[in-house]
Design a protein around this ligand. Sequence first.
Ligand code: PBG
Length: 324
Amino acid sequence: MAFPTHRPRRLRSTPALRRLVAETSLQPRQLVLPMFVKENATEPVPIASMPGVVQHTRDSLRKAAAEAVAAGVGGLMLFGVPETRDATGSAGVDPDGVLNVGLRDLRSEVGDATVIMADTCLDEFTDHGHCGVLAEDGSVDNDATLAVYAQMALAQADAGAHLLGPSGMMDGQVGVIREALDAAGHLDTGILSYTAKYASAFYGPFREAVDSQLKGDRKTYQQDPSNVRESLRELALDLDEGADMVMVKPAMSYLDVLRAVAEIADVPVAAYQVSGEYAMVEAAAANGWLDRDRTILETLTAVRRAGADIVLTYWATEVAATLT
Ligand code: PBG
């Protein structure tokens, strides 16, 4: 009887051997926690479709940020949930709007101990729920939206954000924001561009998280899940316009896109493990169908393996705390 010459199992035989040969690592500094702050909230409001995630009050936002920093989390990405909305999303530009107030709170709480990021997008602030302003025919007006993004970016930089995250998929958004920041002297405020963002059903729970008013979909500005080539075009444009980092979103169903982007990007690459990815694992775990902790670590390791330097995940603090 012939015995196999090659025995890959040899390197799997003890935990120490497996640790020695692991190709992918997961560290707290690579994780970014998305957070929600709700205007005039007196108690944190649980988000039913995202068990364990809340819309924060200003106080609970500070506490959660301090916990994230203590766990070594690499960054915080803040979203605002305003009390009133209008057609142009003016609360997003207002220095006293909930997102800008929240950014100031975060910066005063944690300073430079972690990286404070802002969602630079209108969908939380518009009464129609789209990521931009509408033209008369009801379509999302790309260039009119850019002018608002530029103002929003300045308000967020003034409020203390280290990085701005334009997530609206308007053409030219990175260039317009860079130009506005530079003209105002915000030379060190960076841009983490949502470069490849797909029109995904996995954003479902997020709509509850930000009390979204959207009816319909975002398919005229977010990408078609069928395509990978246009993500490379988006990448080239974002880099040309001055993106400091780029992102692929969602993560788990787009690992091939992430790999393709990571192979050619000459800036750090992030991936966003979105609300639906979180909800799926939490729901299955609550039913006893998946081992929660193992599944979470496996998903994050897979996203890193596919090429993400940085992963946005609602589990950031919890996972970071177990890693340290
Ligand atoms: C848009 C934005 C969305 C998410 C992050 N930024 C919603 C959307 O594009 O519909 C989704 C994040 C998630 O699902 O966790 N500002």
